[in-house]
Ligand binder design. Structure first.
Ligand SMILES: [Zn+2]
Length: 89
């Protein structure tokens, strides 16, 4: 499976795998604090309401997951990074 979130230096990006992302999302939905893989700070959920996608962003170091969609059952689908929602200006 291709992993578009892997940075050029070859080190795996935090929260880049579906397993990590689904696990973090399930824990977040359950009301748990999801720790940043880099520094253990809590991850905040960033929401792009117009696109209907979410991602986790570390409040301390800025580490961010891929954007993903979630259905009503908690299923997760990662959006291709080639077309991320543009940041609001
Ligand atoms: Zn962090």
């Amino acid at each position: 499976m291709a992993d578009p979130a892997t940075p050029p230096d070859g080190s795996p990006a935090p929260l880049s795998s579906m397993k990590e992302l689904v696990d973090a999302w399930m824990r977040f939905r359950a009301g748990e604090v999801v720790p940043c893989p880099n520094d253990g700070a809590s991850l905040a959920l960033s929401v792009d309401a117009s696109a209907g996608v979410y991602r986790f962003v570390c409040t301390t170091c800025g580490t961010a997951s891929s954007w993903f969609e979630s259905g009503p059952t908690g299923s997760v689908e990662v959006r291709p990074l080639a077309a991320p929602p543009p940041p609001p200006e």
